[in-house]
Ligand binder design. Structure first.
Ligand SMILES: O=C(CO)COP(=O)(O)O
Length: 244
C-alpha cells in the first residue's frame, strides 16, 4: 500500500459526445466516499461541458494533451493556458498514442510538460516500453531513459508520472503487480533531487475493477491511468471505490 494519496485518472481518449454529459451524474451517484483523488480527462471538445458538470464535486478535470507553446499562431493546437481557463488541473503529456501515432519524442514531451507547469497545471508525464524492449530485457533502462528525457525541471509535488507499458494498453493484458512494482520502484529511485517519496506514479494499461486492488497494494503504485474502463460510469466508479 502506498503512503501517498491515491490518484485514479480516467483517459477517455478520442471518445465521447455532448450527449454523454449524463455520464457525470451517473458516476457521481455511484461513488462512495473514500480517500482517493479522482480525475477525468475527456476529449478537448467536452472540457467546457464537464467543467460545469463536475463543479462542486470531488472530481477534477484534466486534458489529454497540450501545446508546448503559449497562445499564438499554432493552428489546431490547444495551449496549457486555454486548458487552465476551462478549469483543468492536470494534463496528460507523452501518451504512447501520441508518441507512436504522432511522432512525439522526449524533447517535445518535456516542453509540453514545462508549458503545463508554467500555467500551474500538473502534467501527467507518460512513459512506457514496447513489448520488444521487455522481451529484450531492456524495459527498465528504456523507461528510465524516457523519464530523463521527458522530465522538465520540477518538484516531485508538481508532476505525476504514469508508467504505461505499451503492450498492456487496450490489450486486456495488464502488467502483473510484481512487474509494475519493479518498474515503479526503479522510476522512484531515478527521480532527480529530493522529494522522490512524494512523487505520485500511476500505472496504466488494462486496469479494471478486477485488478485495481492488487496493483494498488504495491508500495510504489500510487494510482492508475485508466482508458477503456473509464468510459462506463458505473465501472469507473467501482474501480475508484476499490482503489483505497
Ligand atoms: O492508455 C491507457 C490510459 O492512458 C490505458 O488504456 P486501457 O486502460 O484501455 O488499456
Amino acid at each position: 500500500m502506498s503512503i501517498r494519496r491515491p490518484l485514479i485518472a480516467g483517459n477517455w481518449k478520442m471518445n465521447g459526445r455532448v450527449a454523454d454529459g449524463a455520464w457525470a451524474q451517473r458516476f457521481r451517484d455511484s461513488l462512495t466516499a473514500n480517500g482517493t483523488d479522482i480525475l477525468v480527462c475527456p476529449p478537448a471538445t467536452l472540457l467546457h461541458l464537464f467543467q460545469g458538470l463536475f463543479a462542486g464535486s470531488p472530481v477534477a478535470l484534466g486534458a489529454q494533451d497540450c501545446s508546448p507553446e503559449p497562445d499564438g499562431a499554432y493552428t489546431g493546437d490547444v495551449s496549457a493556458g486555454m486548458l487552465k481557463d476551462l478549469g483543468c488541473s492536470h494534463v496528460i503529456v507523452g501518451h504512447s498514442e501520441r508518441r507512436d501515432g504522432h511522432g512525439e519524442g522526449d524533447d517535445l514531451v518535456r516542453r509540453k510538460a514545462g508549458a503545463a507547469l508554467r500555467e500551474g497545471l500538473t502534467p501527467i508525464i507518460c512513459i512506457g516500453e514496447q513489448l520488444k524492449d521487455r522481451e529484450a530485457g531492456i524495459a527498465i533502462e528504456t523507461v528510465l531513459a524516457q523519464l530523463a528525457g521527458s522530465l522538465p525541471e520540477a518538484s516531485a509535488d508538481d508532476v505525476v508520472i504514469a508508467y504505461e507499458p505499451v503492450w498492456a494498453i487496450g490489450t486486456g493484458r495488464s502488467a502483473g503487480p510484481d512487474e509494475a512494482q519493479e518498474m515503479h520502484a526503479a522510476i522512484r529511485a531515478a527521480w532527480p533531487g529530493d522529494g522522490a517519496g512524494r512523487l505520485r506514479i500511476l500505472y496504466g494499461g488494462s486496469v479494471k475493477p478486477e485488478n485495481v486492488a492488487a496493483l494498488m497494494a504495491c508500495p510504489d503504485i500510487d494510482g492508475a491511468l485508466v482508458g477503456g474502463a473509464s468510459l462506463d460510469p458505473h465501472v469507473f466508479a467501482r474501480l475508484v471505490n476499490l482503489s483505497s
